[in-house]
Design a binder for this molecule. Structure first.
Ligand SMILES: NC(=O)c1ccc[n+]([C@@H]2O[C@H](COP(=O)([O-])OP(=O)(O)OC[C@H]3O[C@@H](n4cnc5c(N)ncnc54)[C@H](O)[C@@H]3O)[C@@H](O)[C@H]2O)c1
Length: 350
């Protein structure tokens, strides 16, 4: 069986997450990478033979089966459309799908026209703890879901692009809160139809990051089509490492999921050691290091699933289609509209 050939656009954090995950797929080879910095370092680490500083040249010069789009948000549209135009049949786009609903719609339109499989990389949907939680709910273990609370928070983005609204599309909600926003409809099997939100509006109005032009704190109450309520939060004001938590309340019980801090390891170290957890500052004293973040946050299962879809010509699972990415984007921009107007915003179907 020939190995599937992958091209990655981007060479930093998200590209690393994809490359680490492809490494665990035996029927895949990362053939090429395109990026504007860190190119040789990244290609060297993952032994990628072909390197480009222009993604269009990579698409023209290589016969790729899959492309991973791991560039800043504002470039997702251009890269996805160029890949679809080049006839690459499987495109994995990092979250958020785009920096506007209009761009997301354009990407989906082109991919449909070119019969390209556009896959939306919401890793939470593949996180083992959340999959298990969904199984328990499906079994009736907590009765009917009434309320879901979910957040991704940390102390600020490593990416300069994420710090500027013009490149990111917003701030903490589009960059971090988009995970719970993408995850919840999959979990409840019901779309978000209404939001009521509040955000710090960026720059001088931010709580901590006055140099970020997008908000550094955002929260929204949401209503699902099936009637349940939810609470979504994304913020850059949380010290101590990335804190991703989900609480699910049902008529017969509840489930608490700690995606990042719930390690089975507890370490006390006087000298400190290399790495504990995404976005922690140090490793001295008591720490709870992650065992395998690529697995616990869903990246391995996600890439394995997308490779399988490509190999067997299958549609990606619910929650990870381009259309699902667009829904998450619509909810995110409804959050911004609600915060700006101070009103409940209803989400129209795309
Ligand atoms: N799913 C997740 O958990 C997760 C985590 C981190 C980032 N992301 C997403 O991944 C994307 C990238 O984030 P990051 O943290 O790696 O960003 P980053 O700023 O660290 O890296 C950006 C990368 O894009 C490349 N790039 C910039 N302009 C380019 C161009 N014109 N052509 C080719 N390459 C170009 C740069 O060389 C660099 O490798 C973002 O959309 C982000 O939202 C997702």
């Amino acid at each position: 069986m020939d190995k599937l050939k992958v091209g990655i656009v981007g060479s930093k954090f998200a590209a690393m997450l994809h490359a680490e995950s492809y490494k665990r797929c035996p029927d895949v080879v990362i053939a090429s990478v395109a990026a504007v910095d860190n190119l040789n370092e990244f290609a060297g680490t993952y032994q990628i033979p072909n390197r480009y500083d222009d993604f269009r040249e990579m698409f023209a010069g290589e016969k790729l089966d899959i492309v991973s789009v791991c560039v800043p948000n504002f470039l997702h549209k251009d890269v996805v459309i160029a890949a679809a135009d080049a006839g690459i049949k499987s495109i994995i786009c990092e979250k958020p799908l785009a920096t506007s609903v209009e761009d997301g719609l354009a990407m989906i339109k082109i991919c449909r026209e070119k019969q390209v499989r556009l896959m939306y990389a919401e890793d939470w949907i593949f996180a083992p703890a959340l999959i298990r939680a969904k199984e328990i709910v499906k079994e009736g273990g907590i009765g009917d879901i009434l309320y879901v609370k979910a957040k991704e928070t940390h102390n600020g983005s490593h990416s300069v692009f994420a710090q500027k609204k013009e490149y990111c599309g917003g701030g903490a909600m589009i960059h971090l809160g988009i995970h719970p926003i993408g995850f919840m409809p999959w979990f409840l099997e019901s779309d978000i139809v209404q939001v009521m939100a509040m955000i710090t509006e960026g720059a001088g109005n931010n709580l901590v990051h006055k140099d970020y032009t997008g908000e550094d704190w955002a929260a929204a109450l949401v209503k699902f089509e099936q009637g349940a309520r939810g609470f979504v939060e994304g913020n850059y004001i949380t010290c101590g490492g990335m804190d991703d938590k989900v609480e699910i309340y049902g008529t017969e019980g509840n489930i608490h999921v700690d995606l990042t801090m719930g390690s089975p390891l507890t370490v006390y170290s006087r000298p400190g050691y290399g790495y504990a957890l995404e976005k922690t500052d140090f490793t001295h004293g008591w720490t709870k290091p992650a065992v395998d973040e690529f697995m616990s946050l869903g990246y391995i299962n996600e890439i394995t699933h997308f490779v399988n879809c490509t190999r067997n010509n299958l549609e990606p699972q619910k929650g990870t289609t381009g259309e699902d990415g667009l829904k998450a984007l619509s909810v995110t921009f409804a959050v911004y509209e609600s915060a700006e107007k101070g009103q409940v915003v209803k989400i129209s179907k795309q």
